[in-house]
Write a protein that binds this ligand. Structure first.
Ligand code: BMA
Length: 333
């Protein structure tokens, strides 16, 4: 196999990391201290899951889906020196609108956090006559400016690419219904200014294989590599006992990421541990972010577990790309 490398990924030597356990045969392995965020992390919040983290200053910052004690989700900021032990704010993020007036979404869940150029963007699922995509920006994690919703309802699972492509911002999303959505394909949209969106393209639909036979949705921000955009996403199986969410992997064309180059026919991670199988919603592994070290090829995938916890799985760039390519089935798109 030719050597795979990250593109535009800086070194991150102090990111969480554990070597693959001896004899372990699969492409993603779990952090031994999972779950890293346990129940009742703050006075206001009963469960944190489906959350996104990034390097920031000399440590890490994150946007966390906090299910309040009344059951309504909002986004909370967290800080960490090691990306394992998180100090979660007691207060939800206070957004302002573009005129500086306070803006609080009715609810906010499944946040993603992506830096494009010098600005950090948060995308989440928001109320807009039903489920839709919310968007905000910050440069200092002190003020958060809510921008126009990018898409019409209903939609979920939006995540920006970490750089412009062809001069435009590019966002993945998953049109849905406003409920539990028994369908769902991933689409891509472009915008010159984050206000006007167009050039919508289909990226990929539900898989042929049974673990992702019901629907798919974007997860972590795609990672730029010499093979294309490495994308960790979620795929959903519909069983007699409800939905099962697993982590999948695909590689998108670098210049035209609506083209799927490789799509792994096997899940990369599926619920097996107690914190993935037991919780508010059992059998959920829901990836929302990655950290990666440009020097070593290390990747840490942050995922929500059973709608109750945050967990991490590790992989190596070359190994996971090789696994995706070796097990790729092309691609319905
Ligand atoms: C999806 C979203 C996720 C959640 C998943 C499993 O529709 O609501 O936040 O993790 O269902 O409950």
């Amino acid at each position: 196999m030719s050597k795979v490398s990250f593109v535009n990924v800086p070194p991150l030597p102090n990111m969480p990391w554990e070597e693959k356990p001896a004899g372990y045969r699969f492409p993603l392995w779990r952090n031994s201290t999972n779950p890293i965020i346990k129940r009742n992390p703050t006075a206001a919040v009963a469960r944190i899951f489906n959350s996104a983290v990034m390097p920031y200053e000399d440590g890490y910052i994150g946007v966390f889906r906090g299910e309040q004690r009344d059951g309504v989700p909002h986004i909370y900021l967290g800080r960490s020196s090691n990306a394992l032990d998180w100090n979660i704010s007691e207060e939800k993020i206070n957004f302002t609108d573009e005129n500086g007036k306070p803006y609080m979404p009715e609810y906010a869940y499944d946040p993603r956090l992506v830096k494009v150029e010098d600005t950090y963007y948060i995308m989440w699922c928001t109320e807009f006559e039903g489920a839709a995509i919310g968007l905000a920006k910050t440069t200092d994690f002190k003020t958060f400016t809510r921008l126009e919703n990018p898409f019409l309802p209903f939609n979920r699972n939006a995540v920006l690419f970490p750089r412009k492509i062809g001069g435009n911002f590019v966002m993945l999303s998953r049109p849905s219904d406003s409920g539990h959505t028994p369908f769902g394909d991933m689409f891509l949209s472009e915008s010159p200014d984050l206000t006007y969106w167009g050039k919508h393209r289909h990226v990929m639909g539900k898989g042929e294989k049974w673990w992702e036979r019901l629907k798919v949705g974007a997860g972590a921000a795609p990672i730029e590599t010499s093979e294309g955009w490495l994308m960790f996403y979620h795929g959903v199986s519909h069983t007699c006992n409800g939905f099962v969410y697993s982590v999948g992997g695909a590689i998108l064309d670098i210049d035209n990421p609506s083209v799927v180059k490789y799509r792994c026919e096997n899940f990369l991670l599926t619920p097996e541990e107690w914190y993935e199988e037991q919780g508010f919603v059992p059998n959920v592994c829901f990836p929302c972010a990655t950290l990666q070290d440009g020097d070593t090829g290390r990747i840490a995938v942050y995922y929500g577990a059973a709608d109750s916890y945050v967990a991490i799985a590790y992989t190596q760039l070359e190994d996971v790309v090789e696994y995706i390519k070796e097990n790729s089935h092309t691609v319905d798109s």
